[in-house]
Design a protein around this ligand. Structure first.
Ligand code: ADE
Length: 384
C-alpha cells in the first residue's frame, strides 16, 4: 500500500444504554459462549443518565488492534474482546466512500486493525452493568464501521459473547434475552418486548452505596452458585414465572425502608432489585410514587450536612422538584414517613449512600454524528 493510501482514517461513534434486569440472569450453561440457564428481562435505562460512548476507527496505518477505556490503554487480549472482534469482522461488507477515495472490500477488513476508545459516564465495574453497555456499544459501533448488514438479534448474540447482559442493551425500552436451546448459542439472542414509551412514567432510582470495583466478579459469583447452590437449578426452572429479585446482599436498610412503605399501602409502590454489587435499584410505578420514595430516601439517607444536594441526587432532577425538595434545608425539614411515625429512627444512615441516580426507561443504541462527541481524533484515529 502506498504512503498516501496509508493516511485515511474512518471513524464511527456510538452511544449505548445500560440495562437493569428485573428477571435476573444468574448462572451459565456454557461459560465460553455465555449461555444462560434461564431467560431474563430488563429495563433499558435512559442513556442521558447512564451510558457508554465508544468511538472506533480503522486505518491502514494502524499496526495492531488497540483499546482505551475511560482514558487509559486497556488490553484487548481477553477472549471476550477477541471473540466480538472476530465475529464482527467475519460479517463485514464492502465499503465505498467515493468522496474520500476509500474502498474496503469484505476480504480487506480481515487485515485492517482498529482503534477503540470507550467511556462510561458512571462508575465502571460497580455493579451498574458497565460491561453490558460497554460490549453492546463495542459491537454496535464496529458493526456500523464495518458495514455489517445483520439485524439487531444477530448483533445481540455477538454482544452476549462479550458480556451476557450486553445482549439486552441493544434495545430501548424493555428487552428479553431468550436463553435458547442450541449448543452453539445461535438461538440465545435478545428481543425487544416494548419500547421506552410503553411505561413512560416508570422511574428508576439507583442508590450508589459504593462505586468501588466489585469484590467478586459476576462470572465468579455465577460459577460458585451453579457449583455449590442446591437451589439454583430450581430457581432456573421457576424464574420465568414471576420473580422480582429479593436479595439481601446489600442495601439492607433500603430494603427495610421500601418494604415498610409497601406494606402500609394498598398495593406495592416500589420494587427493588440488586445486581452483583451492593447498589440498590428501586423501580417506582409512577412519578408520584417516585417523589414519595425520594422523600423517604432523603429522610433516612440524607447527605452530609455540608454536601451539595445537586450532586447527591443526579439524573432526572425533576423528581426532586416533585418531592418538594430544593435544598438542604428542605431535606432537614422532611417529616418522618407516616408508616414509621410511632418509632422514628431519625436519619440514622447519614453517609451510607454515596449518591442517588434518578432515571427512566430509555432508547437503544445510536450513532453520534456530532464530531465533538467522538473520543478518537478523526485525522489520526488516536484518543483526543
Ligand atoms: N467493560 C466495562 N466498561 C466497558 C466499556 N465501555 N467497553 C468495553 N468493556 C467494558
Amino acid at each position: 500500500m502506498g504512503e498516501e493510501s496509508k493516511k485515511w482514517v474512518l471513524t464511527v461513534t456510538a452511544q449505548t444504554p445500560t440495562n437493569i434486569a428485573v428477571i435476573k440472569y444468574w448462572g451459565k450453561r456454557d461459560e465460553n459462549l455465555i449461555l444462560p440457564i434461564n431467560d431474563s428481562i430488563s429495563v433499558t435505562l435512559d442513556p442521558e443518565h447512564l451510558c457508554t460512548t465508544t468511538s472506533v476507527a480503522v486505518s491502514p496505518s494502524f499496526d495492531q488492534d488497540r483499546m482505551w477505556l475511560n482514558g487509559k490503554e486497556f488490553s484487548l487480549a481477553g477472549g471476550r474482546y477477541q471473540r466480538c472482534l472476530k465475529e464482527i469482522r467475519s460479517r463485514a461488507c464492502d465499503y465505498v466512500d467515493e468522496k474520500k477515495g476509500i474502498k474496503i472490500t469484505k476480504k480487506e477488513w480481515e487485515n485492517l486493525h482498529v482503534h477503540i476508545a470507550s467511556y462510561n459516564n458512571f462508575p465502571t465495574a460497580a455493579g451498574l452493568a458497565s460491561s453490558a453497555a460497554g460490549f453492546a456499544c463495542l459491537v454496535f459501533a464496529l458493526a456500523k464501521l464495518m458495514n455489517v448488514k445483520d439485524d439487531l438479534g444477530t448483533l445481540s448474540s455477538i454482544a452476549r459473547q462479550g458480556s451476557g447482559s450486553a445482549c439486552r442493551s441493544l434495545y430501548g425500552g424493555f428487552a428479553k434475552w431468550i436463553m435458547g436451546k442450541n449448543d452453539n448459542g445461535s438461538d440465545s439472542i435478545a428481543v425487544q418486548l416494548a419500547d421506552e414509551k410503553h411505561w413512560d412514567d416508570l422511574v428508576i432510582v439507583i442508590a450508589v452505596v459504593s462505586s468501588r470495583q466489585k469484590e467478586t466478579s459476576s462470572t465468579t459469583g455465577m460459577r460458585d452458585s451453579v457449583e455449590t447452590s442446591m437451589l439454583i437449578q430450581h430457581r432456573a426452572k421457576i424464574v420465568s414465572v414471576n420473580y422480582f429479585g429479593r436479595n439481601f446482599l446489600g442495601g439492607f436498610w433500603i430494603i427495610s425502608c421500601v418494604e415498610k412503605w409497601n406494606r402500609s399501602e394498598e398495593s406495592p409502590q416500589v420494587a427493588y432489585t440488586f445486581d452483583a454489587g451492593p447498589n440498590a435499584v428501586m423501580i417506582a410505578r409512577n412519578r408520584k410514587a417516585a417523589a414519595l420514595l425520594l422523600q423517604r430516601l432523603l429522610f433516612f439517607f440524607p447527605p452530609h450536612s455540608d454536601a451539595d444536594l445537586s450532586s447527591y441526587v443526579i439524573g432526572d432532577k425533576s423528581i426532586l422538584q416533585d418531592a418538594g425538595v430544593k435544598d438542604m434545608k428542605d431535606v432537614e425539614a422532611l417529616p418522618p414517613p407516616p408508616e414509621v411515625s410511632d418509632k422514628i429512627p431519625a436519619q440514622q444512615y447519614k453517609g451510607d449512600v454515596s449518591y442517588f441516580i434518578c432515571t427512566r426507561p430509555g432508547k437503544g443504541p445510536v450513532v453520534l454524528c456530532d464530531e465533538s462527541k467522538a473520543l478518537l481524533n478523526p485525522e489520526t484515529g488516536y484518543p483526543k
